[in-house]
Design a protein around this ligand. Structure first.
Ligand code: ASP
Length: 302
């Protein structure tokens, strides 16, 4: 097993984002970090003006979805047919209200559709055509699918299909966790999934307790990495259980990532914010871009 890097600090109210676990080339690292810093700032502006953790993580996730450097929204990884199928979820820790979409095609900001599922309240997760019909009925417009596809995503798929790069997870998935001034937490995660995935494949990101979770009795979690491993372990739920028992967030994150690597050989990273205002992360990958912005200041890295 490689080293699991961890970080933790006290923040109070704030927003912590990630731009995906994986390996980002040195030339692309500044873009990743700047994007994360901007998203964390936009998210914290919501909290600083009295808004909820839920609205903050949605705002931060939307910023990252719109940046083509990341594997979410515009610039998402392509499936085996060269198409974008988005997964996203959002959850509020105070109420346990949650919404998610899986294998959704043709919408610019999947996190906003996930939020509409949460607001609608009847179901937690909608997939494929059903998710698409729901979005249209709730007033979202479809975009040309080609407008979500970047040259870089096409080149990556071509390399993978030609056997010149590993298939598997793409890196660049995005996520946000936050704690507001009322001590409530929220989480959001959005992704195009893995490069050359089968049509209809759903990863960990929209699955509560795997890639996304928020519960005020413990913490908010957004995961990234090898989705099949994260799903098998139930990574976010493992962390929440440890935090509820009193483990500091970064130690809980470290223990859960170690368990995943040991049990499934999968790698990844995770960001966590608890209701007491402590945040942290852990990753077993070479890079995971991140940024935090809140009451006690701002920080970022990769
Ligand atoms: N976890 C995502 C998935 O498997 C990929 C990633 O985080 O890069 O869909």
């Amino acid at each position: 097993m490689g080293t699991v890097e961890i970080y933790g600090a006290q923040m109070g109210a704030g927003v912590l984002v990630h731009g995906g676990a994986g390996h980002v080339d040195a030339s692309r690292r500044p873009d990743h970090v700047e994007g994360c810093k901007h998203a964390a700032r936009v998210g914290y502006d919501v909290i600083a003006s009295g808004g909820s953790a839920l609205d903050a993580v949605q705002a931060a996730a939307r910023v990252l979805e719109d940046l083509p450097a990341f594997n979410a929204g515009t610039g998402a990884a392509l499936n085996e047919d060269g198409a974008v199928e988005h997964d996203a979820a959002i959850m509020e820790g105070a109420t346990l209200r949650a919404g998610g979409v899986a294998a959704l095609r043709g919408f610019k900001n999947p996190i906003d559709v996930a939020r509409a599922v949460l607001d609608h309240g009847r179901h937690v997760l909608l997939a494929a055509e059903g998710a698409s019909s729901f979005a249209l009925a709730r007033g979202f417009s479809k975009v040309e699918e080609e407008s979500l596809v970047t040259e870089r995503a096409k080149e990556t798929l071509a390399r993978v299909l030609a056997g010149r790069a590993e298939t598997g997870w793409a890196g660049g998935t995005i996520g946000a966790v936050a704690r507001d001034r009322h001590g409530s937490v929220a989480a959001a995660t959005s992704t195009g999934g893995t490069v050359s995935k089968l049509r209809g494949r759903v990863g960990d990101s929209p699955i509560l307790g795997a890639g996304t979770l928020a519960d005020d009795v413990s913490c908010a979690v957004s995961a990234t990495g090898d989705g099949e491993g994260i799903l098998k372990i139930g990574l976010a739920r493992v962390i929440a259980t440890l935090v509820e028992r009193g483990e500091p967030v970064e130690r809980a994150a470290h223990a859960a990532i170690e368990r995943m690597v040991e049990r499934t050989k999968a790698n990844g990273g995770v960001i966590v914010f608890d209701r007491h205002g402590r945040f942290g992360f852990a990753r077993s990958t070479e890079t995971m871009s991140w940024a935090v912005c809140g009451e006690s200041g701002a920080d970022a890295g990769i």
